[in-house]
Design a binder for this molecule. Sequence first.
Ligand code: EPU
Length: 340
Amino acid sequence: MIHPAQPHADLTALNTLHLPARAESLQPVEAAMDLPALTEALLQRGTPVLVLGGGSNIVFAGDFAGTVLHMRTRGIELLAHTGDTVRVAVAAGESWHDWVAHALAQGWHGLENLALIPGTVGAAPVQNIGAYGVELFEFVDRIEAWDMQSRIWLQLDAADCCPGYRDSVFKRSLAGRAIITRVTFRLTTRPHVRCDYADLRGALRDAGVTAPTPRDVFDAVCAVRRAKLPDPARLGNAGSFFRNPVLPAGDAARLLAAHPGAPHHAGGDGSVKFAAAWLIDQCGWKGHRRGDAGVHERQALVLVNFGHARADDILGLAEDIRRSVLARFGVTLEAEPRVV
Ligand code: EPU
């Protein structure tokens, strides 16, 4: 049964920056099979559609003059267990962190480094969530999505999704048309840990762990995130507000010659990824507050809403940060969350 839509719906509690905004209509989606009928009706009426998961990567710049489809589908299904590999299908509306914790409890490993990332399973592939040396698509087997433009169900494998750093086909050719309904993961029952990331190694060392188990890694990631990143339930934020800039070899060499201390990692094909947090921090923004908009005091890449900030406050602050980083380092920062 399709639940009734709510007219003139308040979206403030549905976005983790807690920005005040309304949608003409809010339609809960409780079953993926309802999507064809729902989207067809909206398309016929010419109503703009926005798909919302946990609202943790979105900036509502104003009200949305259309229908927000709020993905609330649930279900975790073990499809196959062969040798030490499991394939598990997870509905788009499941909470990402709850799924990571559930997988760990079942002894299905791989996702521990991605613990505590806010949002839903269905939103995770869009920006190929990544943290502490691991990216989502390493564990994606296939993705099911409803393409409301072609009116067909898509079955995509990981390569079809063209994953990149905070990027996928869902931000490009399938943007605004494909609604992810289910993600199938390929995980392993053989404990295997990844703890090369400096912060993670430090946390394990501090906890006195010498031979980390997947549970140790999960706990250490949670500890690092809790220490550095604000909990959106307490302090509005959308995680990293900017992507880490990836510069071509020549530009990277020039930046490093002028600023040898700039934290960086080798990207592919000679490109170099720089830490946006460091660039912003060097410009003196960390802990800066302007009204109710601010830069988090422990992570310069995170913009926060202290209570009653409006979109203009957050976006104005972001623009000033972008300008000062450009002026000082010649580097253009790009916003990470989607501005609607
Ligand atoms: N740094 C500063 N000042 C700060 C914070 C960090 O100089 O205020 C420096 C650190 O010393 C470090 C470097 O910047 O050398 C990188 O910092 P960090 O390890 O905290 O990671 P990040 O590059 O800032 C990325 C992701 C995070 C993810 C962490 C951990 C992006 C845009 N952000 O942040 O993802 O949790 O790595 O893997 O790639 C998110 O996307 O919302 C997010 C939180």
